[in-house]
Design a protein around this ligand. Structure first.
Ligand code: GDP
Length: 368
């Protein structure tokens, strides 16, 4: 049998034939001591997410396998993209297994935000989506905030069972695993071995735990509801916050519109003059205009004034879809999945949120 080369980063089988497929590494990379696939190479060296053709089918096979094992499932979501990074079928596949839900990237939240409210919202949303996690925690894998709590919760809840880390692409799974190894592990090469998941082309990273059980890093899935799916890597950098978000306040009269690049639109349809606080990546351009001019502006200036998307991508972006919200007297957030949110503090207000078709816009009680 031909010996199999495995990526030291994500655990997939390395191949040099097909550039756009999972596990591609150029032939020159195969001569190195530590071999990683091009996707992991880009991620670590350029902080770039590369799409690979991981099919939903492969992922479903993995999920199916999880239901047949006794395990603790640790599901990681990006708190800036809760619904976008949700794995819709998970609850049907985990069987009777317990799930610990972890919201990552907490370092990006403004200081004013109440973590308990965020946790409560995550609990409620999970329930609405059909999943009842044993516990919900927040962390920053990158800044090592909350890692020890997550680790001790995993240890407490797993009861000697194996642990599977699941999450869609870009939620910070690899960063988390690396952080765990840094915090608790010794020699990485000794710690990580990869194990083949039966019936799939994908491999999982297997980190042995003290008592002979294992921590498995499953491959991420590209979720087609993610905003990230509609734009290229450069543009993803613009919409992904890198630092703590600085809220931007806009005083608007009715019949005014805000564009978030060309990926989101917020219309103040009806109500008294109100202040709207926008929580988006500090690099994303917010453009204010009259509502009556908004359609034409979008038609004529998408990809230039209203960017991202860039000029090359604008034609492949699905059309914006409208979601209408009526607000009585509660302080609420209008959430644009994968992009950010607008906090509305007013009474008897009607607003509209637009996002590319397939990307969610929803309302929640304000987190501030
Ligand atoms: P994976 O695809 O789920 O394995 O995600 P990665 O670990 O590769 O992370 C995806 C992106 O999110 C990278 O650009 C990371 O630097 C970033 N990231 C991961 N964890 C955090 C975090 O806690 N805070 C912030 N601000 N960024 C993070």
């Amino acid at each position: 049998e031909e010996s199999k080369v495995i990526c030291a980063g994500c655990g997939v089988s390395i191949q040099s034939e097909s550039k756009n497929d999972l596990g591609y590494a150029p032939p020159s990379a195969l001569k190195r001591d530590v071999i990683i696939c091009q996707r992991c190479f880009r991620l670590t060296h350029y902080n770039e997410v590369q799409d690979v053709s991981l099919t939903d089918d492969d992922f479903l096979k993995i999920l199916n396998g999880l239901g047949q094992k006794k395990a603790l499932i640790v599901k990681i979501v990006d708190i800036f993209d809760f619904t976008g990074s949700w794995l819709p079928g998970l609850h049907r596949f985990v069987g009777g297994n317990d799930v610990l839900l972890v919201g990552n990237k907490v370092d990006l939240l403004p200081k004013s935000l109440n973590h308990n409210r965020l946790i409560n919202w995550m609990k409620k949303s999970s329930k609405d989506l059909g999943l009842k996690p044993l516990d919900v925690l927040l962390m920053s894998a990158e800044k090592a905030i909350g890692i020890e709590t997550v680790a001790s919760e995993i240890d407490r809840l797993r009861n000697g069972r194996d642990v599977y880390i699941v999450g869609c692409t870009n939620v910070g799974k690899s960063t988390f695993i690396n952080q765990m190894i840094k915090t608790f592990g010794g020699d990485t090469e000794q710690l990580i071995t990869t194990s083949h998941f039966p019936g799939t082309t994908l491999d999982m990273i297997d980190i042995p735990l003290d008592d002979g059980s294992a921590l498995y890093d499953t491959p991420g899935i590209i979720n087609h509801h993610q905003m990230a799916h509609h734009i290229d890597k450069q543009e993803l950098k613009v919409i992904t916050p890198k630092k703590e978000i600085k809220p931007m306040v806009f005083q608007l009269n009715e019949e005014q519109t805000l564009f978030f690049g060309g990926l989101g639109r917020f219309d103040f349809v009806r109500g008294e003059r109100t202040s709207f606080t926008c929580y988006f990546s500090n690099e994303l351009n917010i453009h204010r205009t009259k509502r009556e001019k908004a359609d034409d502006l979008y038609k004529n200036h998408l990809g230039e004034l209203l960017t991202p998307p860039g000029a090359e991508d604008k034609d492949s972006l699905p059309p914006l879809e409208k979601h209408t919200f009526r607000i009585k007297d509660k302080k609420v957030d209008i959430v644009f999945s994968g992009l950010g949110w607008v906090t509305v503090n007013g009474t008897n207000i009607e607003v509209e949120g637009y996002a590319p078709k397939g990307v969610q816009v929803m309302i929640r009680e304000s987190l501030i």
